[in-house]
Design a protein around this ligand. Structure first.
Ligand code: SAM
Length: 274
């Protein structure tokens, strides 16, 4: 599909502000993500994730995991503004970039073009992935805490079933998530600030309970955006992956194999079909 096409077709691009209604912490809905990624927030996202800082902090982790397993054909299922798609294409992988948000996908396309890359894109919601996408992949990545946009368990199971079906028989799924166990059990207001990447933008939870983590992203120009996410505990996520059919699940903490449970900001699950 042409990028211009999804700009024109999707009315959410014209939304000027995030809308959470009168009671923002009551918004716990798997479908709300499209309305959260309004155009101005999408434009700011790269300021938030600062590609250079992110590339430095991630190092070669994903490239090495995929190469070690001989994976070439990759589906970036939550491509956002295209950071991982571009990194992987530059490292020689064959990448298809998917996102449910037209605004994100259009930005990814433009960013890749700036790197002299034409992205192969598809706008699709994970829960209906195989309706819009055909073919089987060696690996699927779903990064940047994206999976925790899903609030209902049946949506999570459905998305994982779609990922499973889109993978070859020995395929690998890599999903990351914030360390919500630490956030829920230890609170979030103390010394632990959650910086995504870079030092210009502060990303921190402003409200957390067992069913909601509401993040605030504050930018140097004074603008603020919010994301309502579903705090998934690490072992619950591992169980879901297992119940979706994945045989082996290895969970890294901030890219390390060994870690203290409370320490990492992020967990990365590498789940194999065989
Ligand atoms: N992976 C990118 C990164 O790390 O910068 C983007 C992360 S952003 C937090 C989450 C992304 O997931 C958004 O681009 C959003 O549109 C996408 N997303 C959320 N729920 C989705 C769904 N059900 N289907 C497809 N994409 C979804």
């Amino acid at each position: 599909m042409d990028t211009v096409d999804f700009r024109e077709r999707n009315s959410e691009l014209v939304a000027e502000e995030q809308r959470y209604g009168d009671d923002p912490i009551a918004v716990r809905d798997s479908d709300h993500y499209r309305a959260e990624y309004i155009q101005t927030f999408v434009e700011k996202w790269d300021e938030l994730i600062d590609w250079e800082a992110r590339a430095e902090s991630e190092g070669r982790f994903f490239i090495d995991v995929l190469k070690a397993r001989g994976k070439i054909r990759i589906l970036d299922a939550a491509c956002g503004t295209g950071f991982h798609s571009v990194q992987l294409i530059r490292a020689g992988f064959d990448v298809t970039s998917v996102d449910g948000s037209a605004a994100m996908l259009a930005k990814a396309f433009d960013n890749a073009k700036d790197h002299h890359i034409i992205l192969r894109t598809c706008q699709a919601d994970w829960r209906f992935l195989n309706k819009d996408l055909h073919g089987k992949y060696d690996a699927i990545i779903c990064l940047g805490n994206s999976f925790t946009h899903l609030f209902e368990e049946q949506d999570r199971r459905r998305a994982l079933a779609e990922f499973y079906a889109a993978l070859k028989h020995d395929g690998v799924l890599i999903i990351d998530q914030r360390n919500y166990d630490a956030m829920i059990d230890q609170g979030y207001s103390s010394e632990h600030k959650y910086y995504y990447c870079g030092d210009k933008v502060v990303a921190e939870p402003e409200y957390v309970d067992e069913g909601l983590a509401r993040f605030r992203y504050s930018f140097p120009d004074g603008s603020e955006y919010k994301l309502n996410m579903c705090p998934l505990r690490k072992n619950y996520m591992r169980r879901l992956l297992n119940e979706a059919g994945f045989q082996h699940i290895r969970t890294y903490g901030d890219f390390q194999e060994t870690y203290q449970e409370d320490d990492p900001d992020f967990f990365i699950h590498v789940a194999s079909k065989s």
